[in-house]
Design a protein. Structure first.
Length: 586
């Protein structure tokens, strides 16, 4: 049973509430007022629902095939036609630079599209999605010639992109990578093996452009000796380059997305940016990719929620414990009447809408941070993007997985069968906690890089913003019920930040032991701030949609925000009982 309605109304409400008007003040976006933006989002929503969703199960069942003779990879039957239609729709380049054929829309358009396309067909979405990050990396660090040669075809989707970091001996620890790049004339020859490369080989597009990390001869050891290269599958003169797929992984989910071993034997590559500074280009690519991976969490949470609600309204089991709610003409009531089914669905709904708000807020901040004419506003927005990106990636994927599991639970055995698709969504979502830097690595990035950066400036920008909202609304009747709870959540986050910072200075292991918990504390507190803002905005309007928003904010505050109590207690428990075990006791 395929159930999905693109969450257009919610996206519009969030944009109205969380700073999209600041984006449209920027000269580059003066043509993208809210109505124009929403027209783009609606069009994208229709495409995802009508074209991408029907191919989702086919991708899961058929999967991808590798031919060891030709080294070709073939994709599920519907995907080729779907890709052509996707390219024709020009949606993939919606938020990319107009100078090279993109639509030039604000980042919020890309995040909204990313949600709807992931919800309806995650495996397929990952293919054009990787091109987006590559375009951002080349826009920042590519030479003029590289931009001319590659950007337009990547932006329009004629070619697709990959990112090639992982090798058998190096996943998280990229300093261990050994792929070699040897200079030859105006280019380099690359030799080595990359593994688990998403959409590394396929039959959807004319060419595949790989962004590959490798070492030059005599490069320093570790992460400081890594350079980035563009390695096209088909060279610019039309000849076949020496990069071939060596096989595919068989995995738990995303069966329609090929995960490839990629072998390079004297493959021609072009240096991107400076020698040994490859991580800079890769980080530009990964920053946006980390946001879209975060989106995966709530995208699949949303479609699972819609599916579960449809089921729960139909399924009749038992009697409501409240006689007034019982339906006298039937023998059993629909399961949506039972408090525990509601508990599960509302946990999902309140966090899903909160995570959507968080991601779209960050999308707005990206544009403000890059292009606002006021230097201070630009700096503050950029600080918030840096601080919140690991939280989007990690909190949204962890919560998203839990949410899909709750949706499965809410509908019972049907959730575990293929008929209602939730089992596929659960399998497809799980990898999001692992790739693009595992969730714990995001937490280390948050506590080890983002918090100490520039004397704690990033965190100060965040806490100042939340405190200002609290101060301005202490007496506002419509949100007075939320403000004291938000204030104590923020105070506690401040305390945890101080504690972790102090401990981290004397004992980094102590801080690392609680980094993941700290990230979740931060994530829930941020959602509480955004829910208070949404409740305030909703209270100024009338109608069912807004009344439901306020109820959902109340649910979040009474049933999700208290999770921070136990997380805070665990953070204070520190590392002792974790590190007390000898290795042979495991
Ligand atoms: C389906 C799929 C698609 C992928 N796509 C791509 C792709 O397109 N391109 C690409 O380059 N890679 C890709 N990857 C690889 C992915 O990015 C890595 O799996 C990921 O970075 C983790 O590396 P690893 O699996 O080697 O785990 P490891 O690095 O071995 O980590 C294992 C565990 O140890 C923890 N750990 C590791 N180091 C530390 C530390 N210093 N401190 C604390 N904990 C630590 C990790 O958090 C994790 O829990 C993909 C993987 C999969 C499965």
């Amino acid at each position: 049973m395929l159930v999905y309605k693109a969450p257009i109304r919610d996206i519009r409400f969030i944009l109205e509430t969380l700073g999209y008007d600041d984006v449209t003040e920027i000269a580059a976006f003066e043509d993208f007022d809210l109505d124009t933006m929403m027209a783009l989002v609606e069009q994208a929503g229709k495409f995802c629902t009508n074209e991408m969703l029907p191919a989702n199960r086919i991708g899961d069942v058929e999967g991808v095939q590798f031919d060891p003779e030709t080294k070709d990879v073939s994709t599920p039957t519907e995907f080729k036609a779907l890709y052509n239609k996707f390219v024709e729709s020009q949606m993939g380049g919606m938020s990319l630079t107009a100078e090279y054929g993109g639509g030039g829309a604000p980042h919020a358009a890309a995040i909204a599209l990313s949600e709807m396309s992931t919800a309806t067909n995650k495996s397929f979405t990952m293919c054009p999605g990787l091109g987006h990050g590559l375009v951002e990396a080349l826009t920042h660090y590519g030479s003029d010639e590289q931009k001319e040669n590659f950007l337009e075809k990547l932006i329009t989707g004629v070619w697709t992109g990959t990112m090639c970091l992982t090798e058998p001996q190096c996943g998280t620890d990229l300093g261990l990578l050994t792929t070699k790049a040897v200079p030859e004339g105006d280019h380099y020859k690359l030799t080595g093996t990359k593994i688990w490369i998403t959409w590394g080989e396929h039959d959807l597009a004319e060419n595949i452009i790989h962004l590959v990390l490798a070492r030059l001869p005599g490069a320093p050891e570790g992460i400081r000796g890594i350079s980035a290269f563009i390695v096209p599958k088909i060279n610019l003169d039309g000849s076949r380059n020496g990069i071939y797929c060596g096989g595919l992984e068989h995995k738990m989910g995303i069966h329609g997305s090929p995960t490839c071993v990629m072998n390079m034997e004297d493959a021609t590559g072009y240096l991107v940016g400076e020698a040994h500074k490859g991580m800079r280009a890769m980080f530009v690519m990964m920053n946006f990719a980390r946001l879209t991976v975060g989106v995966e969490g709530y995208a699949l949470s949303e479609i699972s929620y819609q599916t579960a609600v449809e089921y729960c309204k139909e399924r009749r089991q038992g009697r409501s414990l409240n006689s007034e709610r019982q339906e006298p003409d039937v023998k059993a009531d629909c399961i949506l009447k039972h408090p525990d089914v509601r508990r599960q669905l509302l946990n999902v709904r309140s966090t899903t809408e909160g995570m959507r708000a968080l991601s779209l807020w960050v999308a707005n901040l990206i544009d403000i941070g890059l292009q606002h004419e006021d230097t201070q506003i630009r700096q503050d927005a950029d600080d918030l993007v840096g601080l919140l990106t690991p939280i989007v990636k990690s909190y949204c994927t962890e919560r998203g997985f839990q949410n899909i599991s709750d949706c499965m639970q809410a509908i019972g055995g049907s959730g575990y069968t293929v008929e209602w698709n939730i089992e596929q969504y659960l399998r497809d979502e799980r990898i999001a906690m692992i790739y693009e830097g595992t969730n714990h690595i995001q937490a280390l990035d948050l506590i080890g890089r983002k918090l100490p950066k520039d004397g704690g400036r990033l965190y100060k920008v965040f806490s100042k913003k939340v405190y200002r909202f609290i101060k301005e609304n202490r007496e506002t009747e419509s949100v007075v019920e939320f403000i004291p709870k938000l204030e104590s959540a923020l105070n506690r986050l401040n305390e945890a930040t101080m504690t972790l910072g102090m401990k981290g200075m004397s004992d980094p292991e102590e801080a690392a032991s609680q980094a993941s918990n700290y990230l979740n504390l931060f994530g829930i507190t941020t959602l509480a701030y955004l829910w208070a803002r949404m409740a305030l905005a909703a209270s100024e309007k009338s109608g069912k949609f807004y009344a439901t928003k306020i109820k959902t904010a109340r649910y979040f505050y009474s049933h999700i925000l208290p999770e921070t109590d136990s997380i805070y207690a665990i953070i204070n428990a520190g590392k002792d009982n974790m590190m007390a075990f000898d290795e042979d006791e495991f």
